[in-house]
Design a binder for this molecule. Structure first.
Ligand SMILES: Nc1nc2c(ncn2[C@@H]2O[C@H](COP(=O)(O)OP(=O)(O)OP(=O)(O)O)[C@@H](O)[C@H]2O)c(=O)[nH]1
Length: 305
């Protein structure tokens, strides 16, 4: 959460007029990182790649106009959270209404006053930041503090689509605690809860690169999303997870596998095709996980998607 609050905001200006881009950039220079695009099409690509907090959007552009761009930004799960502010010479009530109907959060008419632009964008950034914090709270698992399954489903699917478009390999890991029923039976449910928190912490140690995240998939099962990870690389992750879990040395007492709590890991990796879904990755990882459980637990298996 603190990471979210510390991040510098990103603003994207989409306008075909270089002078307007230059003026807006200098007005907003102290509000965050400023990016710009000179067409709706380029703006959509940049929004998808850089996830801006606020987009300043011109209405009249050659090719795709501001309304169409706004509608597409709001339809795409990867860009729909951005606040969109139209900055335009059109000032009729109908234009303003059309912008709001397309999903815009605010509308600034040209000629504009620099101080007013500054204040309105600052407002949008504050609202966006507050809504990000609330959304992130709603996306977290109450017990372990890692992301919840709903977040995994949403962001996992976004990653599958992104990796398909970029032609890169994505990996998904499913991690299941071994003989956890026996652990609960022996130590009680409260100790079981503490152990799930410990396990989540160990798994979080495996995610270091941007876009990687751990989610609680179900009771004693976790999922990890690993962007830009190939089948060849993913076995190292499986190895790391199993050995770091053992090193944590949480005494089990009721497991035929080991004195300490262990996990079984199923991993699926590969470049998604046009029709590949997150469900497909999860099914493949689940099959690998099942094989590990059948083979004695405390290990990992990788499958290619
Ligand atoms: N303490 C605690 N236990 C949980 C939680 N969610 C699920 N469990 C327990 O996890 C256990 C899962 O048991 P099983 O599905 O039989 O699996 P297992 O005993 O881990 O055996 P394998 O997965 O085959 O190695 C059950 O006893 C659940 O009650 C939770 O939030 N807290």
């Amino acid at each position: 959460m603190s990471e979210l609050l510390d991040t510098e905001p990103t603003l994207l200006i989409i306008d075909d007029d270089p002078d307007t881009i230059q003026i807006l950039s200098s007005i907003l220079a102290d509000q965050g990182r400023i990016l710009f695009a000179t067409s709706g099409e380029q703006g959509l690509r940049m929004a998808e790649n850089y996830c801006p907090d606020v987009i300043l959007l011109d209405q009249n552009m050659p090719g795709q106009n501001g309304y169409e761009t706004c509608l597409q930004l709001k339809q795409n799960p990867a860009t729909q959270e951005a606040s969109i502010v139209f900055v335009t010479a059109q000032s009729e009530v109908g234009d303003e209404l059309r912008a709001f109907e397309a999903g815009a959060q605010d509308f600034i008419s040209k000629p504009f006053s620099p101080v007013v632009v500054n204040a309105r964008i600052r407002n949008q950034l504050t609202i966006k930041r507050q809504s990000d914090v609330l959304k992130q709270l709603a996306d977290l698992d109450g017990l372990t503090g890692v992301f919840n399954r709903r977040y995994f489903n949403r962001l996992g699917e976004v990653e599958v689509r992104r990796h398909y478009r970029q032609g890169f390999s994505l990996a998904i890991a499913l991690v299941d605690v071994d003989h956890f029923k026996a652990f609960n039976d022996l130590h009680g449910h409260v100790a079981g809860d503490d152990t799930l928190r410990d396990i989540a912490q160990v798994l979080n140690g495996a995610v270091r690169r941007p876009g990687e995240f751990v989610a609680r998939y179900g009771g004693e099962e976790f999922a990890i999303v690993l962007p830009y990870t190939t089948y060849e690389q993913v076995s190292r992750v499986g190895e790391w997870l199993c050995s770091n879990m053992r090193s944590r040395a949480i005494q089990h007492g009721g497991s035929p596998v080991s004195d300490v709590v262990t996990v079984s890991v199923g991993l699926a990796a590969g470049t998604p095709g046009r029709d590949t879904t997150l469900t497909h990755y999860v099914q493949q990882a689940d099959t690998a996980l099942y094989n590990v459980k059948q083979g004695g637990r405390n290990g990992f298996e990788c499958v290619s998607v």
